[in-house]
Design a protein around this ligand. Structure first.
Ligand SMILES: Nc1nc2c(ncn2[C@@H]2O[C@H](COP(=O)(O)OP(=O)(O)OP(=O)(O)O)[C@@H](O)[C@H]2O)c(=O)[nH]1
Length: 368
């Protein structure tokens, strides 16, 4: 099949050789990785690569033409161990992803994982979906409802040859094309088509592109590929939305070159972080998040927020996760003795204003 041919709606995987390290426990929800990316960036190439790789996992791939009319769709599942592809029917309501489809999609996913042969992972390619947020929040919320599936992470494929043009063309225009939004929501960015960059310029161009990606989303892990040939360990079971993954993104926050002091107000899509050592009142933090995310009191368009909180009278690290207006604050492990108790919050969005964020957050502190 040509890569550009119509792909099947859902497909799973053959047995394989790339190792996916952690054995999922039988009762645990099956992880769903959402794949986004601009037209032609290489999403189908990634899906085909995974379908043909040797990793020994049963991975279903669902390709969904959001924005198109959606009805009953075909799903194909490989029955492991060199077995034949089995077709499934995934029933999706017609309509927009913001309303009916997302619920029927979750139901369809749940039916898929309730088959007698357990799936190890699901990839959901979101062709035609400019903004993954509605889908992401419903998958994430569904996890909170303890269903058979859970959102694992968002992978955005970008075209290394065209990214610079796409970004610079829209940088000052006030329009925010898919590329910005898709990078802003990404936990992992696959910087694909590296082969199309001339060899002598490769190192500097890659550095430059990584800087641009991190300028939009400092927390994204960037992986360079040709034809999306990526180590699956790096994109599956990342648990980007679980409290357990805090250590990983705490490290990222340390490593990422966050730029609060140089860009105090950025009208584009960017990342900002705030740091405060004093303990906070949890109720006030909830009120503050609702002001920010629901009421948009400070006129910022926040796509993602991640962070840790030093909560008054608590020895537990509390973590914040937000996707657009949906947020949660969850208590996690205890602070280690040697650890500096601190509030660290990272925001990814448009029109971010450091001063407003810092000033308003001060209202949550129990010490002023
Ligand atoms: N040279 C080169 N070509 C690539 C690479 N990855 C993908 N392609 C080609 O780029 C074209 C687009 O790739 P697709 O995988 O179809 O991209 P897509 O994101 O699924 O595209 P849409 O479904 O149209 O959104 C195809 O012709 C691929 O063969 C790469 O790393 N290098």
């Amino acid at each position: 099949m040509e890569e550009d041919d119509n792909p099947p709606i859902a497909i799973p995987m053959d047995e394989v050789s790339l190792e996916v390290p952690t054995e999922p426990d039988a009762g645990a929800p099956v992880g769903v990785t959402v794949i986004t990316g601009y037209l032609g960036a290489g999403k189908s190439t990634l899906v085909n690569y995974i379908l043909n790789a040797q990793h020994g996992k049963r991975i279903a791939v669902i390709l969904n033409e959001f924005g198109e009319e959606i009805g009953v769709e075909r799903a194909m599942i490989n029955e492991g161990q060199g077995g034949a592809l089995v077709e499934e029917w995934v029933e999706l309501a017609n309509g927009c992803v913001c309303c009916t489809v997302k619920h029927s999609l979750v139901q369809a996913l749940e039916q898929l994982v309730q088959r007698k042969e357990r799936l190890d992972h699901i990839l959901l390619e979101t062709t035609g979906l400019a903004d993954p947020a509605p889908l992401v929040s419903i998958l994430w919320l569904d996890d909170q409802l303890e269903s058979a599936i859970k959102l694992d992470s968002i992978v955005t494929v970008v075209d290394a040859k065209n990214l610079e043009l796409q970004i610079s063309k829209h940088a000052d225009s006030g329009s925010f094309p898919e590329t910005f939004i898709q990078i802003a929501f990404a936990d992992i960015v696959i910087l694909n088509k590296i082969d199309l960059i001339s060899e002598e310029k490769e190192a500097t161009q890659i550095e430059n592109l990584k800087r641009k990606i991190h300028g939009i989303n400092s927390l994204a892990v960037v992986i360079c590929t040709t034809r999306c040939q990526v180590d699956l360990n790096k994109i599956l079971n990342r648990e980007s939305y679980s409290g357990e993954s805090n250590n990983r993104w705490e490290e990222l926050m340390e490593e990422s070159k966050l730029l609060p002091s140089s860009s105090r107000h950025d009208s584009g899509v960017s990342t900002l972080s705030i740091h405060q050592p004093y303990p906070v009142d949890l109720d006030k933090v909830n009120g503050w998040l609702e002001d920010l995310l629901w009421e948009k009191r400070y006129s910022m368009d926040i796509y993602r927020c991640k962070g840790v909180l030093n909560v008054h009278n608590s020895d537990q690290i509390h973590t914040i996760q937000a996707v657009r207006e949906v947020y949660e604050v969850v208590p996690g492990r205890e602070w280690h003795e040697a650890e500096e108790r601190i509030n660290k919050l990272v925001f990814i969005g448009r029109d971010l204003d450091l001063e407003s964020l810092e000033n308003s957050f001060r209202g949550c502190l129990t010490i002023t």
